[in-house]
Design a protein around this ligand. Sequence first.
Ligand code: 5RP
Length: 224
Amino acid sequence: MTQDELKALVGQAALKYVVPGELVGVGTGSTVNKFIDALASIKDRIRGAVSSSEASTARLRAAGIEVFDASEVEELSVYIDGADEIDGQGYMIKGGGAALTREKIVAAQSRRFVCIADESKQVPVLGRFPVPVEVIPMAAGRIIRQFAALGGTARLRLRGDAPLVTDNGQHILDVSGLSVTDPLAFESQVNQWPGVVCVGVFAHQKANVCLLGTSQGVRTIDWS
Ligand code: 5RP
């Protein structure tokens, strides 16, 4: 099976975690796009969605699914999103699509995080994929130096020749060369640096369930 087919497989499999009559939290990325396509087939059975990016909002609306603002909603039963890496405990690196801050916000208001990913995303230790960090631009230089002190190399993410600007009007640093052996401690540490909006290690908002697309089918890993 191709990677695209594996993404479609887990996108479809995630439907069984959607609670009829309720809102569903929706992440961002190519795997989530498959989930949104599948969600369109049951749109009359859900109330709508809370979205983690302008891109997902546009796709949800195009599919005829009503999108609610996260701040209008107290709690969601489930949040469904992809990952750039996921380890054996459900800790993840996310933010390859630059939506990490809103993803973490919607994940935090959800009782259950269902990660949908193809098997290439499974790793023993987080860090092969550069860790995305959303930063306020005036702090970027100092944050780059703080990562260098940890042994990481942080690079400003570009779109064309200019810095990429997130949905929140900020910039992204991609940090390579780190081995994130203690994701909870790493996330807490980087969160405290002034100018960090969000670090793309999801340890405090880890996955409760992972639907992993493999050549043998969907493998469900449940940590809850
Ligand atoms: C976006 C994300 C995505 O979930 C992550 O990048 C995985 O994307 P894809 O499903 O396209 O591989 O964190 O910010």
